[in-house]
Design a protein around this ligand. Structure first.
Ligand SMILES: [Zn+2]
Ligand SMILES: [Zn+2]
Length: 342
């Protein structure tokens, strides 16, 4: 069954998500009051930098900052600066003993009782740096898109290592990688971090995708083909395709898909891991410090993919309907252009 949608004069009018059934209507956002956007205003160069006293107070109490390791649970693994050659924090943290650090989440997303008595929720701290360079406010945090591609690839490799560890637990059958950036996206800790969660059964989001796949084994290829037809593809290379998705939960959602690879992050070879991580990173780099979340979905015969939701328009779907700004096409083109500049 083809994806249900209406295209008029080459432009999308509405589309039904074949997985969730949510219908997105494309609307003219100009002059609409709901079109207000989120995001960090460009730092005001006139604004005085955050005082060292403020920085000290924020980082002293942060369980993810260097020096506070004992505030977190026992360390699972770490990568030293030598192991992350592309790390750009050397001058800000000359004494750093780690760049990436993994430990169990103090607050498991799934009770340990359901995974054989082992906590299978992990935190990956992405960098010892808490704030962006010369922060001017408490919201001026380091963000993933500024880490550098090499560093991000190392992080995805580390995620795969953590996954392997989690999958050693016979009670774990599904693993998801999740990131929230910014308070508006639901991040509880300001310090940049990812979450990895092992579950005793497929996550509901994955289960829905598997159901859709069973009903139509070509669904992902159809989605990708439609995105190409609509001009929403951002990038297509190394077996990956990224596109601005008109069927995401937010008006600015993006997918990064590896259509021909139906497996786990842990099953990718080195080059494939690099290609997947780079494609995800390039979208994050363009979105910059914007509040966002991303989630890596895998397993159950699905093509490996990631969903990225930028919270530029913070509203989400209402009872299975979503208003989609008609600037979606221009936004995809703008991202393509920005990537070409890099
Ligand atoms: Zn911190
Ligand atoms: Zn998915």
């Amino acid at each position: 069954m083809p994806i249900e949608c209406e295209i008029r004069d080459g432009r999308l009018v509405w589309i039904k998500n074949p997985i969730t059934g949510v219908i997105s209507y494309v609307v003219d956002v100009r002059g609409k009051s709901f079109a207000f956007t989120l995001g960090r205003d460009a730092p005001d160069p006139e604004h005085p930098p955050l005082s060292s006293e403020h920085i000290k107070r924020a980082t002293e109490s942060c369980p993810f900052c260097p020096g506070n390791e004992e505030l977190a649970t026992r360390e699972v693994m770490r990568l030293t600066p030598e192991e992350v050659p592309g790390w750009m924090g050397g001058s800000a943290c000359p004494q750093a003993r780690w760049v990436l650090r993994v430990f169990n989440n103090l607050f498991p997303r799934i009770p340990a009782e359901l995974t054989g008595g082992r906590n299978e929720s992990y935190i990956v701290v992405e960098d010892p740096r808490h704030f962006a360079e010369s922060p001017r406010s408490h919201g001026d945090l380091l963000f993933t898109g500024s880490l550098g591609e090499e560093h991000f690839v190392k992080m995805i490799e580390t995620d795969a290592r953590v996954m392997r560890l989690s999958l050693e637990n016979e009670e774990v059958c599904s693993v998801v990688v999740r990131k929230n950036q910014g308070r508006e996206s639901g991040a509880s800790q300001p310090h940049p971090h990812q979450q990895i969660i092992g579950s005793p059964e497929p996550f509901p989001a994955i289960a829905s995708e598997t159901r859709a796949e069973r009903e139509n084994p070509h669904v992902w290829h159809e989605i990708v083909a439609l995105m190409e037809r609509l001009g929403l593809v951002i990038e297509k290379r190394d077996g990956l395709v990224s596109y601005a998705s008109p069927i995401g939960p937010f008006p600015r959602s993006y997918d990064v898909v590896m259509p021909s690879f139906r497996g786990l992050l842990t099953e990718l070879n080195r080059e494939q891991t690099h290609a997947f991580a780079s494609a995800l990173y390039r979208v994050l780099m363009i979105l910059g410090p914007l509040p966002l979340d991303y989630e890596i979905h895998q397993g159950e015969g699905l093509p490996l993919h990631a969903h990225i939701n930028a919270r530029l328009y913070p509203y989400s779907n209402v009872a299975g309907t979503l208003n989609l700004p008609n600037t979606l096409l221009e936004s995809a083109a703008a991202i393509r252009k920005a990537l070409a500049r890099h």
